[in-house]
Design a protein around this ligand. Structure first.
Ligand SMILES: Cc1cc2nc3c(=O)[nH]c(=O)nc-3n(C[C@H](O)[C@H](O)[C@H](O)COP(=O)(O)O)c2cc1C
Length: 140
């Protein structure tokens, strides 16, 4: 079973409340545990940046569902590749809140100190999430 990693960015629609992140995480963690998907989700109340890794079949099925979800829009794939091993094994979906998306980390991985994944390369987004995972509690 080939392992792949997929990274995408999206925007939160204006009419969706910030609190819906809790429902999104509950649903994501339930499905991902059942499908052996692991990953990380960053959200700053405006943009989402998510990495999912797992078998090619399950990652593709999961992404198809994510694309249909009306709680976000303008979804753009930043990176999709085969991988040798997972990097987010500890999380069925680790969460990075706004407070962790600091001036310094944005400046390190993008052209601005504001979090805007639409302005990031796939590899910068990947490297930023690898750095951010060091501060994610293992909750699953
Ligand atoms: C930003 C965002 C991230 C999501 N991440 C995942 C995910 O990692 N895995 C997953 O199965 N569903 C994820 N979803 C939810 C799916 O889009 C879809 O709503 C869900 O799989 C449907 O399951 P349910 O009918 O049990 O709620 C995400 C949705 C949003 C808006």
């Amino acid at each position: 079973m080939y392992l792949v990693r997929l990274i995408y960015a999206s925007r939160k629609p204006r009419d969706i409340v910030d609190d819906s992140i809790n429902d999104i995480l509950v649903s994501a963690r339930k499905h991902n545990s059942a499908n052996s998907i692991t990953g990380l989700l960053c959200f700053n109340r405006k943009y989402f940046l998510q990495c999912i890794e797992g078998s090619r079949k399950k990652v593709n099925e999961t992404y198809q569902r994510i694309l249909k979800d009306e709680r976000h829009e303008d979804i753009i794939m930043l990176d999709y590749c085969e991988i040798i091993k997972r990097e987010f094994t500890d999380w069925s979906m680790g969460y990075i809140p706004d407070s962790s998306l600091t001036h310094d980390i944005n400046l390190k991985f993008s052209g601005s100190s504001e979090f805007d994944p639409f302005e990031m390369s796939g590899e910068s987004a990947h490297q930023m999430m690898l750095e951010l995972k060091e501060q994610v509690p293992v909750v699953d």
